[in-house]
Design a protein around this ligand. Structure first.
Ligand code: RIB
Length: 322
């Protein structure tokens, strides 16, 4: 049975590498095209599995070649896909991605991901008996995310919600069941209704979100690190400086690292404090830093050995020695 279960999206990423992102209406010539497995749910599952955690994913793909390839990659990473359904009429989700050396642009078409419903919850719940962490993102219907969050929290799991892509404010009766919310800068602004431009404004937005009942809010600020706000504390964890070549999936890598780090603690220890969260965020930064130095989303997720070596190089305590 799984330590970590992911309820989320699977997409085939259709990636064009470009020198810069196109303007509206502009046609650009790309440098390279590739088709690689992605989707925030699947990326996070692969990130956690490569870090050595027993992982399961609940979701939907189409009965098409993309769906087959997405399932095959998860199997290669020894992820339990027994609760992954094949939709008989909708295509697999896709993401059209332009990657430039500086940033990226993504258009997601949900396909089968958009059809997740109560039946998927029925396939998710059996994992709650053993799992420590449930990971969710916003590439599947929000109503399903909200229900799964409440059920998992009531069952004693740590519920990590990555509000990507964000739509707007979160419902109050959703927030109270979220253990850890991990928006990036743009998402923190959208969710809080406040502008987030730097560390100070990220802390202000995180405080506003935390006060809605979330145990801990961690705002991912790329090279500026991450800010974390709990009921009793707020602190910054600096990022590692690396030469990024592809930031697609960087947030997913971070979330995978965070979930893996939190799996060290007892199943019901979800009253997270700075002493728990700070080393976990540092570990997550290391996973994210290694992921951006390689291209692709799932293909770039590092193994636990690589993360431990990276942390040793940077003279930081490794996951097993917190
Ligand atoms: O977070 C990166 C992911 O966002 C990509 O893999 C793409 O599929 C989109 O879901």
């Amino acid at each position: 049975m799984a330590d970590v279960v992911v309820l989320g999206s699977l997409n085939m990423d259709l990636v064009a590498e470009v020198d810069r992102l196109p303007q509206p209406g502009e046609t650009l010539t790309g440098r390279k095209f590739s088709t690689v497995p992605g989707g925030k749910g699947a990326n996070q599952a692969v990130a956690v599995a490569r870090l050595g955690m027993a992982t399961a994913i609940v979701g939907r793909v189409g009965a098409d070649a993309f769906g087959q390839a997405l399932r095959a990659q998860l199997k290669r990473d020894r992820i339990d896909i027994s609760a992954l359904q094949i939709h008989d009429s909708l295509p697999s989700g896709t993401a059209l991605i332009a990657v430039s050396p500086l940033n990226n642009q993504i258009i997601v078409t949900p396909g089968a991901n958009g059809a997740l419903d109560e039946n998927d919850l029925a396939r998710l719940i059996p994992y709650f008996e053993r799992a420590k962490v449930l990971m969710l993102q916003f590439e599947i219907p929000l109503s399903v995310v909200e229900k799964a969050t409440a059920l998992a929290y009531q069952a004693g799991l740590t519920v990590m919600v990555d509000p990507a892509p964000a739509y707007g404010p979160l419902a109050a009766d959703f927030c109270e069941y979220i253990s850890i919310l991990t928006p990036n800068q743009t998402e923190a602004a959208l969710l809080s209704g406040q502008s987030v431009t730097d560390v100070a404004s990220a802390i202000a937005a995180a405080k506003m979100l935390q006060q809605q009942g979330i145990t801990a809010v961690i705002v991912k600020l790329a090279e500026q690190g991450a800010v974390c706000v709990t009921a009793t504390d707020s602190f910054v964890v600096p990022a590692f400086a690396v030469q990024a070549i592809d930031t697609v999936g960087a947030g997913d890598a971070f979330n995978g690292g965070l979930a893996a780090a939190l799996c060290q603690f007892d199943r019901f220890n979800r009253h997270y404090e700075r002493a728990t969260l700070e080393p976990a965020i540092r570990y997550a930064h290391a996973v994210g830093a290694l992921a951006v130095t390689q291209s692709g989303a799932q293909s770039a997720m590092p193994t636990a050995d690589r993360v431990d070596a990276f942390l040793r190089q940077h003279e930081v305590t490794t996951l097993g020695q917190h």
